[in-house]
Ligand binder design. Structure first.
Ligand SMILES: Nc1ncnc2c1ncn2[C@@H]1O[C@H](COP(=O)(O)OP(=O)(O)OP(=O)(O)O)[C@@H](O)[C@H]1O
Length: 301
């Protein structure tokens, strides 16, 4: 198989703070891969390092086995970042034509307008005056202008309405059938699950799981025992119990995350811990993912 993106031990530090930490993965031709994780997990920074827009502190990233800053690679990549800077005083039509003119074999104007779902009446509008959703569509058209082999999309559906999202994902599926490789970031588990062949799960700048959506979903599902404290006691020792993967506090309730909730209950009773209102949480997938997001926020504070 042909490797399209190759990331080896990639790290980025901003002002002494590690935001991407020894990340490695390879993406093969024709894969649709989601980089999934909560806000601030390091998804955009990783993407920018892959694209050569931000230099890594250490490690390396290549596209088609070449540094992405080289022109011959740029011809093969289409990119849509979160903030779309649109040149002032150009209409949508003029901007699409301008970007097409940079490439040796661009997609036709009509095809771009059709794929991106841009309405005919929008073509005469000033690009910089478009709504958020319309800007995203235009950004999608521009990313495809050069008929790229690799599409890199940062949070592509933010700001799109439900119909916009549906048609966007249909087009992505069509592009995959044409053999294109697609890498996108998202913080929606559902989006990654439904539309990617593979999910690379980020947390706190690290890859914590990498696999097919079903594998990832089974990784993040969790059970927990939760309780309130009758009196303040140190709870850190709970983290050292063999089956425990996490202990956190939310609205005064202590959550002890473990695949073996019986073990936790036994410890509570054997040690006669001053707790009350004990609950067994059999987390749904959505809860598990929200939990992951919440953890991220607490770690950042
Ligand atoms: N230029 C920068 N200078 C300093 N810190 C930065 C810079 N860019 C990103 N960061 C920090 O790096 C961390 C990771 O940010 P990044 O944008 O990569 O996360 P993300 O997973 O893409 O999140 P989001 O979904 O919010 O874009 C954050 O804590 C962010 O504040």
């Amino acid at each position: 198989m042909e490797s399209v993106v190759n990331v080896q031990n990639l790290s980025k530090t901003y002002g002494g703070k590690s935001v991407v930490h020894h990340v490695s993965f390879t993406i093969q031709k024709g894969e649709v891969v989601a980089i999934l994780g909560p806000n601030g997990a390091g998804k955009t920074t990783t993407m920018k390092m892959i694209l050569g827009l931000t230099p890594p502190t250490s490690g390396s990233a290549t596209i088609f086995n070449t540094q992405s800053t080289q022109v011959k690679v740029k011809e093969k990549i289409g990119v849509m970042l979160q903030e779309i800077d649109l040149i002032d005083r150009l209409t949508v039509r003029e901007l699409i034509e301008l970007i097409r003119s940079y490439y040796s074999s661009p997609l036709s104007f009509e095809r771009l307008v059709e794929i991106a779902g841009i309405r005919r009446e929008t073509l005469k509008s000033m690009a910089s005056k478009l709504s958020g959703g319309q800007k995203r569509r235009l950004g999608f058209a521009l990313s495809l202008a050069g008929n790229p082999e690799l599409l890199v999309l940062d949070e592509p559906t933010v700001g799109m309405d439900i119909h916009g999202r549906e048609s966007f994902w249909e087009k992505i599926a069509d592009l995959q059938k044409e053999g294109k490789t697609i890498l996108f970031t998202t913080h929606y588990l559902q989006e990654a699950d439904e539309f990617a062949d593979r999910i690379i799960l980020f947390q706190n700048g690290k890859v914590i799981a990498d696999g097919k959506p079903n594998e990832i979903k089974s990784r993040i599902r969790f059970d927990a025992v939760s309780f309130l404290l009758k009196e303040q006691i140190p709870i850190d020792f709970l983290k050292t119990l063999p089956s425990v993967t996490d202990v956190y506090v939310q609205s005064e309730r202590i959550y002890v995350v473990s695949k073996n909730t019986d073990d936790i209950l036994r410890t509570i009773f054997e040690q006669n811990l001053p707790v009350h209102n004990i609950q067994i949480e059999k987390g749904s997938l959505d809860d598990a993912f929200k939990h992951l997001m919440l953890l991220e926020k607490e770690h950042l504070q």
